[in-house]
Design a binder for this molecule. Structure first.
Ligand code: HEM
Length: 405
């Protein structure tokens, strides 16, 4: 064992230091203790790019499931929340590995480059529509008026929902997002009500798609149902997962990405002068402020992490945000450089659970920011400091983003 791996130090992610400057805090943890122990979360933490990417590919580390949230509840609460558990246990990534492979194969029929191309003009139309609605005011809250509605509209389109129901989708999303939070019973009750409502709603669309298939994901599911590959319950549960996985994440990338440009005016000018840099700029936004800061895993067998033996049944947080700023992989990791050579950021994960929506999210962010910068040459922040709100267990999301143009 190397000297560096000799000790596993303890850290607390909820100190004022860690919460105020998570990136600086994680730099310190990475340098001091590549495998760290978080007593308050009863979990390990990995921060180096090499260790995080190895753990993402390691099949002895499974996606952390719902049981951790539910185990803090009383037996009566657990019974009350049985429907949410049943549904989430069907979400890909939260199932047994064989079902995960089955759902992944099935969804890959839908998540193709052709699907991204098909949605691109719709993303442009939605962006223009949303900007058109606020244009007369010369100001907007990017989070509320653009970043949240855009990916919700895209998911509604994917699900084959009529335009009139799109606001409902955003409301469901708001309720469902906290489902893996701190196990607050009231929040879980609200999430459960919305999941059940959304699933009932989707069953109606599913029945229609059985009769008349379209190009949406429910049609893909219903074709697979006819082949005996998936049940209706699994189909609607995994449509809810798509909302959970693809809405707030993409919204945060758009909003965080814009803040990054505001905070680095030289990069904003560079991008305005050369819009073809947008794909690389999106990679830099993912690297510097990706929406998913950490992901959880559970060891299913004894493993070796950063040179330390870790037994089975342990929770491990993989800090994607720390890996993406590892100086061993990214030169000057805290410098925002939209011309940085494209490298393998870990913001969409890697290996078994790699994000199915990565190409879609990149396209949405690219198109949205391109149109925004093009239509608003005088776009400027209308806040003193960004409205960053802490997210569990470390990192942040934007509560609002007022701008003028
Ligand atoms: C910027 C936006 C996004 C980010 C940062 C993101 C990030 C991630 C990450 C880190 C994972 C891996 C989780 C793990 O390893 O446990 C993941 C998985 C997944 N994402 Fe995304 N995601 C985004 C957008 C989307 C979109 C738009 C969709 C679809 C509408 C989507 C669908 C999925 C699905 C289905 C999985 C599960 C894959 C599997 O288990 O095989 N994501 N995402």
């Amino acid at each position: 064992m190397s000297e560096q791996a000799a000790t596993v130090r303890e850290y607390d992610l909820f100190t004022p230091e860690a919460m105020a400057s998570p990136d600086a805090f994680l730099h310190r943890v990475r340098a001091e203790s590549p495998l760290a122990w978080l007593p308050r979360l009863d979990a390990y933490l990995l921060t180096r790019y090499a260790d995080v990417s190895a753990a993402l590919r390691d099949r002895r580390m499974e996606s952390a499931d719902m049981s951790r949230t539910l185990q803090c509840l009383t037996p009566a609460e657990q019974e009350e929340l049985a429907p949410i558990r049943r549904s989430i246990e069907m979400w890909m990534g939260h199932t047994v590995p064989a079902d995960h492979v089955r759902f992944q194969k099935l969804l890959k029929r839908y998540f193709t480059p052709a699907m991204v191309d098909r949605l691109r003009p719709r993303v442009r139309e939605f962006t223009h529509e949303l900007l058109g609605a606020v244009a007369p005011k010369g100001q907007m809250d990017v989070v509320h008026d653009l970043a949240y509605p855009l990916p919700a509209n895209v998911i509604a389109e994917m699900l084959g929902m009529p335009v009139s129901d799109r606001e409902q989708l955003q409301a469901w999303s708001r309720d469902i997002i906290p489902v893996f939070g701190d196990g607050d019973v009231q929040q879980l009750r609200v999430a459960q009500r919305s999941i059940v409502e959304m699933e009932d709603y989707l069953r109606v669309i599913a029945a229609e798609r059985r009769r008349r298939p379209g190009e949406d994901v429910l049609s893909t599911f219903m074709a697979a149902e006819a082949e005996g590959v998936v049940t209706e319950d699994e189909a609607v549960a995994n449509c809810v997962l798509l909302l959970f996985a693809g809405h707030e994440t993409t919204a945060n990338l758009i909003a965080n990405g814009l803040v990054l440009l505001f905070e680095n005016p030289g990069q904003m000018t560079r991008l305005r002068e050369n819009p073809d840099l947008m794909p690389l700029a999106v990679e830099e936004m993912l690297r510097c402020d990706g929406p998913v800061g950490v992901i959880g895993r559970v060891t299913t067998e004894p493993v070796d992490l950063a040179g330390h033996p870790v037994p089975a049944g342990k929770h491990v947080y993989l800090a994607l945000m720390a890996a993406n700023r590892d100086p061993a992989v990214f030169a000057d990791p805290d410098v925002v450089d939209i011309g940085r050579e494209r490298s393998r950021v870990l913001s969409f994960g890697m290996g078994t659970y790699y994000c199915l929506g990565a190409a879609l999210a990149r396209m949405e962010t690219d198109e949205c920011l391109r149109i925004l910068l093009d239509r608003c040459p005088d776009l400027r922040p209308a806040y003193r400091t960004p409205d960053r709100q802490p997210s569990m267990p470390i990192g942040h999301r934007l509560g609002s983003l007022p701008v003028a143009f």
